[in-house]
Design a binder for this molecule. Structure first.
Ligand SMILES: [Zn+2]
Ligand SMILES: [Zn+2]
Length: 270
């Protein structure tokens, strides 16, 4: 039981901070917060991602490239240009490291405007820190695992950030339904995204990139946004100036896909 609780808590906390802090705040600046709260959330992002911590700068540059070039050859992680999810994630890792280690310089328009906390970013990227977190996960399992098979879950803890990235980047542009026509292959996979805290509403998000809410329809639930509304209500974040999704039923995709999508491999059955 302790292992199940730990696994679910680590999974959900890690993907929440990835979605809330790295993605919606760091890469898109969809809402505001004070410099002090920014530090608190930066720390929590590091603490929950632990051994697989992603820096806001590396994440933001890669993600902005993804929006600018979605599902074209210049997209850093389109599932339509890779044979499987592992080759896609390996290439993504290489590109991420190139930006973080300074081997590749991004165009100015993709750089800047992300949260910076040099101490945490330096610490979080060191092997000794990553190994210490991994050691902590192993120690927890040694204390609480009641069956040997449970140790098979450890790799998920070690690689939590990339695991979420793999699910969102692969499935979010391959499987599911579309609400809006767009010139990419983005899809919404789960009407209630319990798996990645709202990140799987890729189609809604690509249509309204600056909206803090990723749910567009009345029956769609974006768990991260539900929490964000609470944080906004108590003044921890400020969503006053945030983009609102404004669309009419005529904007909704029915059976016909947008013409521009013909260039992208899309299963007509979807
Ligand atoms: Zn996307
Ligand atoms: Zn985005």
């Amino acid at each position: 039981m302790a292992i199940a609780i730990f696994f679910v808590l680590h999974w959900q906390a890690s993907v929440f901070f990835q979605s809330f802090f790295l993605h919606r705040y760091g890469a898109h600046r969809q809402f505001e917060m004070s410099p002090r709260m920014e530090r608190v959330f930066h720390f929590l992002t590091w603490f929950t991602q632990g051994s697989s911590y992603l820096s806001p700068r590396g994440y933001a540059i890669l993600h902005r490239l993804h929006h600018a070039y979605s599902d074209t050859a210049k997209d850093p992680h389109s599932p339509h240009f890779y044979g499987n999810v592992f080759t896609m994630m390996w290439a993504t890792k290489g590109r991420y490291e190139a930006f973080v280690r300074g081997r590749e310089t991004p165009e100015a328009k993709f750089d800047g405007g992300y949260p910076s906390f040099p101490l945490i970013d330096r610490l979080g990227d060191q092997w000794i820190t990553r190994l210490a977190f991994a050691g902590g996960y192993v120690a927890f399992y040694v204390c609480f695992a009641t069956s040997p098979w449970m140790y098979l879950l450890l790799p998920f803890h070690f690689l939590m950030g990339p695991v979420h990235g793999a699910i969102v980047n692969w499935c979010g542009h391959k499987y599911g339904y579309r609400n809006f026509a767009s010139d990419d292959a983005s899809k919404n996979m789960l009407p209630l995204d319990f798996l990645t805290m709202g990140e799987l509403f890729q189609n809604n998000h690509h249509k309204f990139g600056m909206s803090p809410s990723f749910a567009a329809r009345s029956w769609e639930v974006d768990p991260t946004y539900v929490i964000m509304k609470g944080l906004d209500a108590i003044g921890v974040i400020d969503m006053t100036g945030a983009q609102k999704m404004r669309w009419t039923p005529a904007d909704l995709v029915r059976r016909v896909e947008a013409p521009g999508l013909a260039a992208v491999a899309i299963d007509p059955a979807e």
